[in-house]
Design a protein around this ligand. Structure first.
Ligand code: F6R
Length: 235
């Protein structure tokens, strides 16, 4: 495990963008696993500016996102598809047909979970997976549980996650109560994992995840077993 401590959010964003840029440069047709949330926004801004400076090229890149809220259509401005389009995809030369976010409105959610796992497998897995971390240790929407769930699955969101994410909605009641998330298997099978964590409020869960017991009660703790994990953090 490599931990890069940075002085502030701007530096964190540059470091994370360096690692993602290196991946794109060394393998132009790579598969990037992407995350939403506040933490990667600066990283995405950095990637956009590197694209504008012609330092990186997304034309052959394929992306697979971690998760999506159930019940939100892609054009809903709170959906993760909308987030990815507005924070990254619309600003770089990625082929939209090669960007993948699980659907939160599939008629058959279980079939959608299976489709997503098959898709990741057919792409040959993920080269670099970007992750944020929830205050309860969730990665993607793999919430604390008494077991790790390997496959893409539908998850009932925990109160602390709904509470944390309510900052993006008008009220707590507006936050969807369930989501579809990539499972632990696809995340752990990624060749490289890059975890970004920003703020004093993330330090405790970060320590617990990286140095505490490996337990499904702290889903991110499984990352201790990943052979190529880089953590970029700032307080
Ligand atoms: C988002 C995701 C979540 C977030 C986590 C941290 O796709 O999968 O696990 O990474 O909730 O979110 P922020 O960065 O907003 O603190």
């Amino acid at each position: 495990m490599r931990i890069i401590h940075t002085e502030n959010y701007e530096q964190l964003s540059r470091q994370a963008a360096n690692i993602i840029s290196a991946q794109i440069i060394s393998k132009p047709n790579c598969v990037l696993g992407l995350a939403t949330g506040s933490t990667p926004i600066g990283t995405y801004k950095e990637l956009i500016s590197r694209f504008e400076n012609k330092d990186i090229d997304f034309s052959e890149v394929t992306t697979v996102n971690l998760d999506e809220y159930c019940g939100l259509t892609p054009d809903n401005d709170q959906s993760y598809r909308y987030f990815m389009n507005t924070n990254l995809f619309n600003h770089v030369n990625v082929d939209m047909a090669k960007t993948n976010v699980p659907s939160g409105i599939a008629d058959d959610p279980q079939a959608e979970c299976e489709r997503y796992d098959n898709l990741i497998e057919s792409l040959g897995g993920i080269d670099l997976q970007l992750l944020g971390i929830g205050h309860n240790g969730h990665i993607g929407f793999n919430e604390p549980d008494d077991k790790f769930t390997k496959e893409t699955h539908i998850v009932k969101l925990g109160d602390s996650t709904i509470e944390a994410n309510s900052r993006f909605f008008d009220s707590y009641d507006d936050v969807p109560k369930s989501a579809i998330t990539m499972g632990i298997k696809a995340i752990m099978n990624a060749k490289k994992v890059l975890l970004v964590a920003s703020g004093k409020d993330k330090q405790e869960i970060l320590k617990k995840s990286l140095f505490g017991p490996i337990t499904p009660n702290v889903p991110a703790s499984i990352l201790q077993l990943h052979p190529d994990l880089t953590v970029v953090e700032c307080e």
